[in-house]
Design a protein. Structure first.
Length: 99
């Protein structure tokens, strides 16, 4: 998986490409650790994300909680049908802001 990070003032956009699973979830955790401080608006661009596993969902939940704690927002954009189905089946569609 590759992660492209772009920070503009308080807005952080992370564009993920590939698979977010057990072997790559640590990359997203590290990117969030590096960039999340001082972020008011987190955008996760999943346009090029092919797959997400439970390990990836765990990282998203932690990011969601961190953004709530710092009174920010988090949105997931561009998720394909497979990823959206995972969100729906797991109930994450009700927790996360998915556009």
């Amino acid at each position: 998986m590759t992660i492209e990070a772009r920070k503009e003032q308080e807005k952080l956009t992370l564009k993920l490409k590939g698979r977010l699973d057990t072997t790559t979830a640590g990359q997203l955790e590290e990117a969030l650790r590096d960039y999340l401080d001082g972020t008011g608006n987190l955008v996760l661009d999943f346009t090029l994300l092919e797959y997400i596993s439970s390990a990836g969902l765990r990282v998203l939940l932690a990011a969601h909680k961190a953004m709530k704690k710092q009174e920010g927002t988090m949105v997931v954009k561009g998720a394909n049908e497979e990823v959206r189905e995972v969100f729906t089946i797991t109930g994450f569609a009700d927790i996360l802001n998915v556009e």
